[in-house]
Design a protein around this ligand. Structure first.
Ligand code: GTQ
Length: 351
């Protein structure tokens, strides 16, 4: 006589029998699919510039910018190796362009930001307008605009690339084209977009030329730095962020790109910040000064000491707090506009 099969044997048999039909039981995965709070697979990580730079320079000897198309070392989240991602939705890399080189013209649906780390005199050309890059400048390449990078100066130039590559991959919405000409012809003089949109004014008959993306290609460091210095002198300090400003699309008041928000903040000497966490994982680029970040999540802790041109990532829903003995300036970017568009952005500030 056959014994009645146990419930678990009944289930195992069910799973095996329906597997060829590509069916799988929700109840085995429900808690992981709909977790009580964000459980990012990403981990916090720090890339010290002095340790990364020699490899960047070696890559300058290993391949030309032209052959590489973009000579970039990707900052891969240690928990997402092989995915070209620093968070689940964002890509970051350090791009090197040597004197005389050109990274040829192409366009893609992915949006890009550049944050200049080292060297000056390289340019990025977007849609017929060149922008000379200086350290600390924040530069954008709107989705589907032709862009190339060149370096007519005598020094190596390095910048941080931030792109929404993993997000666009998730949506299977990536298109790209290579231009037939390496370098696009210049159709506007340098500074045109800044004159049109960079002074709290806009042409009377403007039509947002890049849709939801800012028409300003370059947000110069000098301006951002002046604003932070001034606010640091005579405005109340935020206990979590010091003085922190977000970059704007001047036509909409929203983020410069629909998928990525960018920020610059200053922490004064002696700053000991309070902890916070938010659903948008963020990538930081240290502009000036020194500081520390303490990060924790689910009982695990990380502690990074950072200096100029170091990069670090604070994943979603990890609690972070900053401190700085000597003061510092930090640039950062995240996928916050997408969280906000979906109505799922959440932030907690601990006191
Ligand atoms: O400069 O166009 O780091 O297309 C990755 C993909 C830079 C760029 C990257 C890109 C670019």
């Amino acid at each position: 006589m056959n014994a009645t099969p146990t419930p678990s044997a009944v289930r195992e048999q069910l799973y095996r029998d329906m597997n060829p039909l590509h069916l799988t039981p929700l109840w085995e995965v429900l808690h992981a699919l709909v977790p009580p709070q964000p459980a990012s697979p990403c981990v916090p990580a720090l890339w010290q510039y002095e340790r990364v730079r020699p490899f960047l320079m070696r890559s300058g000897q290993a391949i030309t910018a032209e052959e590489a198309v973009r000579r970039v070392l990707i900052l891969e989240n240690p928990a997402l190796r092989g995915q070209s991602a620093i968070t689940q939705s964002l890509y970051a890399g350090l791009q090197l362009i040597l004197p005389g080189e050109v990274a040829p013209s192409h366009r893609h649906t992915q949006s890009a930001l550049r944050f200049v780390l080292e060297g000056k005199g390289a340019y990025t050309a977007v849609d017929g307008e060149r922008t000379i890059m200086q350290p600390g400048d924040f530069i954008i390449t709107p989705s589907w605009t032709w862009h190339e990078h060149g370096n007519d100066s005598g020094e190596a130039v390095v910048w941080l690339d931030g792109l929404d590559i993993p997000m666009i991959r998730f949506f299977d919405a990536g298109f790209a084209q290579t231009s037939t000409s390496h370098v696009q012809s210049v159709s506007r003089t340098e500074g045109t977009s800044f004159a049109r949109y960079g002074h709290n004014m806009a042409p009377v008959r403007h039509d947002a030329p890049y849709g939801a993306t800012s028409p300003l290609f370059c947000y110069p460091y000098e301006r951002s730095r002046q604003a932070l210095d001034r606010l640091m002198r005579d405005s109340p300090l935020d206990a979590w962020d010091g003085v922190k400003l977000r970059y704007l699309n001047p036509l909409s008041g929203g983020s410069p790109m629909p998928t990525m928000a960018t920020f610059m903040q200053k922490l004064p000497p002696g700053f000991k910040g309070q902890g916070w966490r938010q659903t948008d994982g963020a990538v930081y680029s240290v502009v000036e000064g020194q500081g520390q970040v303490h990060i924790e999540a689910e009982g695990e802790r990380w502690f990074f000491e950072f200096g100029p041109r170091d990069h670090f990532v604070v994943p979603s829903w990890h609690t972070a707090r900053f401190s700085s003995e000597r003061g510092c300036v930090l640039f950062s970017f995240s996928d916050r506009p997408v969280h906000q568009a979906l109505g799922i952005h959440k932030e907690e500030r601990l006191s």
